[in-house]
Design a protein around this ligand. Structure first.
Ligand SMILES: [Zn+2]
Length: 321
């Protein structure tokens, strides 16, 4: 075993040497960030070792071509239009529309956007109710692209980093989500990181019940594990009730030279969380947690796991399998 990633507790990371038993279905990683082919090779090997058979990777067109050449159809691709922290102009939106059209022609299935406070904790410059954005979302819907949305950040960040109020209220970010879903009722929307609001499962339930094309994924392992473990009983009910609306995702960011245990630990911890009744410390350090990070495993039924791990991604991304 190579050196452990710095995010791990070494006394627990030894578990990564012992493979978990086979999952009840293959896994589809709905949210990861691709690197070059060489660096992505490490992610690919680690993913296969945990039963991940396909993944949706965020990439540029050039990167996607390189990755497709190296990995065949293991990866699907998600574009990321440059509309964050910019002055929106008609020319820029036009360019973004042409870009997603070309990406669609080359097999992309999704586009990502991110509405979060900036590094200094200030509210974003671009909000979803900006009428300039409408043609982009209209075209995405026409092209059958799913939207992958990173909205807001953990409540813990509002308590720790955004105390001066410049980030605005977290609720305002979600008014924007509702605006988008009202304005584009046919758009497939996946809120990554448990929709951006794992702290508030009642609100996520409300979005799921109101919007038939609203989904969440399980990515951002520390945040998701922390909040789902905290609400264990309620979360288990939520996952079973909404098995058709939750996708597995890692949010792993491929990086050259990183310890493979960065990748394996996220798969390991999430699979422990969803598949087992394990109740104990998590091997991943969590700076946002006030106590030692724990996993309270949900021990979900196999038929629920099959939806979360594979079926929902297959359905909404139209995989030919
Ligand atoms: Zn991400």
């Amino acid at each position: 075993m190579s050196e452990f990633h710095h995010s791990l507790y070494e006394d627990l990371a030894g578990a990564l040497d012992e493979p978990l038993s086979a999952p009840p279905s293959p896994l589809f990683d709905h949210h990861m960030h691709l690197g070059d082919a060489r660096a992505t090779q490490v992610y690919h090997e680690c993913a296969l070792g945990y039963g991940v058979e396909r993944a949706l990777g965020i990439a540029t067109l050039e990167r996607a071509r390189e990755i497709r050449h190296a990995f065949g159809d293991f990866f699907l691709f998600c574009g990321w239009p440059p509309i964050r922290d910019v002055n929106l102009t008609a020319e820029l939106i036009d360019k973004c529309v042409r870009e997603i059209e070309q990406q669609r022609d080359e097999g992309f299935v999704a586009l990502k956007f991110k509405i979060v406070p900036d590094r200094e904790g200030r509210a974003p410059r671009v909000w979803l109710d900006d009428p300039m954005l409408k043609p982009l979302f209209d075209r995405a819907q026409e092209l059958g692209l799913a939207v992958q949305a990173h909205i807001a950040q953990p409540d813990a960040w509002w308590r720790r980093f955004y105390v001066d109020g410049r980030a605005g209220h977290k609720g305002h970010y979600f008014h924007q989500v509702e605006y988008l879903l009202d304005a584009h009722p046919g758009l497939t929307y996946v809120g990554v990181h448990m929709g951006g609001h794992p702290e508030n499962l009642a609100y996520l339930q409300q979005l799921i019940d109101t919007y038939p094309h609203f989904y969440v994924d399980t990515s951002a392992t520390k945040w998701t594990i922390r909040e789902i473990s905290r609400q264990h009983e309620r979360a288990r009910e939520f996952f079973i009730r909404n098995a058709g609306r939750i996708l597995f995702g890692s949010d792993l960011v491929v990086q050259a030279g990183v310890s493979p245990t960065y990748y394996t630990s996220r798969f390991h911890v999430q699979r422990m969380m969803w598949e087992t009744p394990y109740n104990g410390r998590s091997m991943i350090r969590d700076p946002d947690s006030e106590t030692e990070p724990v996993i309270c495993g949900l021990d979900l039924p196999a038929k629920v796991l099959k939806h979360i791990y594979w079926e929902n991604a297959r359905r909404i991304l139209d995989l030919a399998t």
